[in-house]
Design a protein around this ligand. Sequence first.
Ligand code: DGL
Length: 247
Amino acid sequence: MIGVFDSGAGGLCALKELSRLRPASAFLYYADTAALPFGEKSPAFIRERIRRALSFFKEQGADAVLFACGTASSYLTDECKQLFTFPIFDILTPAAQAASGYARVGLIATKATVARAHFAAALAASGERTVFSLACPTLVPLAEEGGRRGRLEVRRALSPLVPAEPDALVLGCTHFSLLQAPIARALPRAVLIDAAAHAAKAVADALPGKEEAPLCRFAVTGRTEDFYRTACRVLGRRLPRDAFFKV
Ligand code: DGL
């Protein structure tokens, strides 16, 4: 079973892609909705939630875990990874690889991700380039709601990046994968790099195939009913209610 973590709806984009690439795999999605928005929390709080999620995945017998969350990926440390025997993936490395052909790279992410500067450093290290980081906290609730009021808010949030004229834009918060259409309209010359999709592919490529019942369960720290609706909307299908449980 592959574990996938996020604070809410964003990581579902990675899950959707992963289950497309690995139709014979079982997944356990951990939605830490009680802690949403992650990007507004302190480093100590984020690290504590990461440890809690990893202990849960261990208890459940995960073969591997993907942190489909830019914020958690930024605060995940090697010391923490070494406490667990299963492979732990983040969204930073695959996104940095995907950005390697571009000279002017924009990074949009949460406040905590931008403050930590780990993601920007990974992008800068992957070649000769200038990285422009921008925190877009207002886009997380917008993505959770389904992006209905999206266009104007997205244009407003991204306006500080317009003068930088990035040729690629990394969606460094998985929630932003749900807002790709308005983001593309706001910065039409930038190629969008969807960190969630690249991470899903990296995990699918790295793990050996395993025959198991291809089911997906959802562990939710907040209200399961709310997350049930979100997951059906993002994954685009009616999911069995009993696949959702409170942790
Ligand atoms: N989807 C998450 C990320 O990639 C977290 C958004 C939030 O909870 O603030 O950073």
